[in-house]
Each structure stands twice: as structure tokens, then as C-alpha cells.
Design a protein around this ligand. Structure first.
Ligand code: GUN
Ligand code: ZN
Length: 436
């Protein structure tokens, strides 16, 4: 079946240099996408794409709404759906009081499968078509996560967490188990459907040096895989971590000493990095993952997004929800909070910057921009339809919107899942069929 999706369309070609950098994106006021077998066959103006479409093509008209590539979330924890909104003073109290006990439940396959189903429903509801998630320490959780992604044909990245100390017994593996089970997850799931397995030592606090070595071995054996962990989120966390690895220069040096830095390595948070650590992140092409709603909720600090990007040695960045330290599944809400953090730091984050980050920017951070994050012909047909007048409050504001930038900013500031009219996963409309 070939479909022609008609709407206004927006996608990015590169990072915008300024608010008026119209060369950074492609906008069609009457655009179209030709889609078949989960792939975008053609995109451009409606008249051009229509001309080359088969006569019997099925046409779906989303005008006056705006179609953009599906949002990408580069850091989330699927076992934390029932942790969101847990009242705690800071990261370590939050982890020990709520998060670790809750994750223990994922040893049960039925529980893991139930929550995985809810997780993907929320992703689709909020217009996120690719996410990078931590599972729990249990292989059952990774099986549930990837099994559900396969059923829905979603492009997902994730990993069985490796953790062998400083957590409850029910949440610990060993260096050998961490290695063996991660290998088993890779062999079973990596490349199956659209799944990507990531090597996932939770953070240096919960991995012994022996387990960090096991992660290093996996990274050497599977050099194409993503690696994800946490780095420099909270002052007490940093002090505790450095006390566990006294021979390291700083927190980043711990991961560097196990060869875990590189262009496919995603480091959640990175709020308090020194200049030396920033240089090392830059030199290795590692990615600092900004999780604004989480950083505000846990009081972790203000991430210097713009400062990291414009350094002489720029640090690659991405944006993410960090559910359930993060408080929303919505990438729109995430960028709303990212904007406010930059405001507090005296920086400007314009609406084009935000939409670049949620789409192409995050795809580039994952080295997946040949598949997702654009509307280019030949890439996956993961698309969303946005309505800037989705609620009464949005509709009344929309009456005075005069430009694309204003529309994007309205969507980011007042929008949430209600602004997502439809989510196409590999060309299939998937939001309308969700149970509400
Ligand atoms: N550091 C280690 N584990 C976690 C987690 O689950 N959430 C956050 N925000 N930080 C972490
Ligand atoms: Zn996290």
C-alpha cells in the first residue's frame, strides 16, 4: 500500500545558526510525503510529489496541521513509570527510597511486559517514535522492552542495566552475569526488527571495577553498539563516585579509564563537568544528554547547553526526558523546560533550535540520521502531526500566531500529548488506535 500524506511539513538539514537561519530547515506550506513499506519514498511540495505518485495512491490530508519527523528521546528509564512524581530531596535519596525498590519488581516477566506496553503507548501518545531506554538489571525487563518494540515495529535503543553494588540485593548482578546477560540480550535482540542494544553500566556508583572491566570488554567486542550511563548529575553523587575510584582524575576519567568514551557513548546529565572533562568529552565525540525536567525536579542543576555547544572544543549534546526522574513523557514539555533553564543561564534557545534537537539533532547524536530524524526520501517513515490549536488555551493563542517560529514556540510552551494529532510508526498511523 502506498500512501500520500499531505500537510505543511518541516524538517531540518543541519543545526540552526540563529533564529533567522532559514537555510537550516526545509518548510513546505503545502507539502507531501509518499510512503510505502515503512519508508519515505519522496517528500517535497504536494504538487511535485503528487505528480510522481501512483494513480491509485491513498491520500491522507492533515492540513492545516504540521508534519515533522517523530520525536527522539535519548534517555529514559522504562521501569520507572511508577516512580514518576516521587517526593525526594535529591538524586541519591530518590534512587534509594523509590527507584531501586520499584525496579526490583522487574524480575517478574508479567510485570515487565505490562509496563513495557504502557511505556510504548505513552511514547506514541506523545509523538516519540524512537527512545533510548535503560531497562532494569533483569534480563526479563530487556526481553519485555525489545519484544514490545518488535511487535510495534519501532526503532528503539535500550539495554539491560549492569549493576553489582550499592543497591538492594534484588537489583544486583555480578561482573560475570552482567557480561553474560548483556551478551545474551545482544545476541537475541540487536538488529532484530528495528532494535538496537546499548551496553548499559548504570553508573560508576553501582558498578565495581570488575564490572566496569566487563563493560569495557563488551564495548571492545561490539564496537558498533551504543553505550549509555550517567555522569556528573549531582554534587553528592560526584563526591561518592570519586571516593570509590580514588585513582581517577575526576568522574569522566573513571569512564575513560575503561575506554567507555566515544561517538556512540551517551552520558546522562553532565551538569557539573570541569573544563578538563568537557575537553575530554569533546575530543572523544561523546554525547552529553540534557534531561531538563529531571534536573529541575531532582534539583540537580542547570545544564549549560549553549555553552557546551559553542566552546572552542564543542561538546556534542542531545535532549531527553529521563522519565521517571523526568516528569513528562513529552519532548515538547522537555524543550519547554530546556528553554527555561537557558533563560536562567542568560542564554537564548530559539524555537528552531528546539525542533532541531528533538529531531535531527537527537538522530545525529545517536548516529542514526541516515534512518530517522528527517523527512528525507529513503529514511524510515516515523512522522508526527502537530496541531497548534489542540486545546482551548492553545486555540485562542493560535489566533494571533503569525509565523512558523511563533507556531513552534506555542506548541512547545502550551503543547503536550494533546497536540499530537497522529504518530506514524514506519508509515502506520499508531496513535488513533491506542486505548485512551
Ligand atoms: N543515576 C543512576 N541511576 C539513575 C536513574 O535511574 N535516574 C537518574 N536521574 N539518575 C541516575
Ligand atoms: Zn537516567
Amino acid at each position: 500500500m502506498t500512501t500520500l500524506i499531505r500537510a505543511r511539513t518541516l524538517s531540518f538539514l543541519r543545526a540552526p545558526l540563529a533564529m533567522d537561519d532559514s537555510g537550516a530547515y526545509r518548510y513546505e506550506s503545502d507539502g507531501a510525503l509518499l510512503v510505502a513499506d515503512g519508508i519515505i519514498l519522496a517528500s517535497g511540495s504536494y504538487s511535485t510529489v503528487r505528480e510522481h505518485a501512483p494513480a491509485d495512491v491513498i491520500e491522507i490530508d492533515h492540513r492545516p496541521h504540521l508534519v515533522v519527523p517523530g520525536f527522539i528521546d535519548t534517555h529514559a528509564h522504562f521501569p520507572q513509570m511508577q516512580v514518576i512524581g516521587s517526593y525526594a530531596a535529591n538524586l541519591l535519596e530518590w534512587l534509594n527510597t523509590y527507584t531501586f525498590p520499584e525496579e526490583c519488581r522487574f524480575v517478574e516477566s508479567a510485570h515487565a511486559q505490562r509496563i513495557a506496553g504502557f511505556f510504548y503507548d505513552e511514547m506514541i501518545r506523545h509523538g516519540t517514535t524512537t527512545a533510548v531506554a535503560y531497562c532494569s538489571v533483569h534480563k526479563t525487563s530487556a526481553d519485555a522492552y525489545f519484544g514490545e518494540a518488535l511487535k510495534r515495529n519501532m526503532r528503539m535503543v535500550g539495554g539491560k542495566v549492569m549493576m553489582d553494588r550499592n543497591a538492594p540485593q534484588g537489583l544486583l548482578d555480578t561482573p560475570e552475569m552482567g557480561y553474560d546477560e548483556t551478551r545474551a540480550v545482544i545476541e537475541e535482540w540487536h538488529g532484530k526488527g528495528r532494535n538496537h542494544v546499548a551496553i548499559t553500566p548504570r553508573f560508576a556508583i553501582t558498578s565495581t571495577p570488575e564490572q566496569m572491566s566487563a563493560a569495557q570488554t563488551l564495548a571492545r567486542e561490539f564496537p558498533d553498539l551504543h553505550i549509555q550511563t550517567h555522569l556528573s548529575e549531582n554534587r553528592d553523587e560526584i563526591d561518592f563516585t570519586c571516593s570509590l575510584f580514588p585513582e581517577a582524575d575526576d568522574y569522566t576519567d573513571i569512564y575513560a579509564s575503561y575506554s567507555l568514551l566515544g561517538p556512540k557513548s551517551l552520558f546522562g546529565h553532565c551538569i557539573h563537568l570541569s573544563e578538563r572533562e568537557r575537553d575530554v568529552m569533546s575530543e572523544t565525540g561523546s554525547i552529553a544528554v540534557h534531561c531538563p525536567t529531571s534536573n529541575l525536579f531532582l534539583g540537580s542543576g542547570l545544564f549549560p547547553l549553549k555553552e557546551l555547544m559553542r566552546r572552542e572544543k564543542p561538546v556534542r549534546v542531545s535532549v531527553a526526558t529521563d522519565v521517571g526522574g523526568g516528569t513528562s513523557y513529552s519532548m515538547l514539555k522537555t524543550m519547554d523546560e530546556a528553554y527555561k533553564i537557558q533563560q536562567l543561564l542568560g542564554e537564548r534557545l530559539n524555537p528552531f533550535d528546539s525542533y532541531y534537537h528533538m529531531t535531527l539533532g537527537n538522530a545525529e547524536a545517536l548516529s542514526l540520521s541516515d534512518r530517522i530524524g528527517t523527512l528525507d526520501a529513503g529514511t524510515d517513515a516515523d512522522l508526527i502531526v502537530l496541531n497548534m490549536a489542540a486545546t482551548p488555551a492553545m486555540a485562542v493563542k493560535a489566533e494571533v500566531v503569525n509565523s512558523l517560529a511563533e507556531e513552534l514556540f506555542l506548541l512547545q510552551t502550551l503543547g503536550d500529548d494533546r497536540a499530537i494529532v497522529e504518530t506514524y510508526v514506519a508509515g502506520i498511523a499508531s496513535k488513533g488506535s491506542l486505548q485512551s
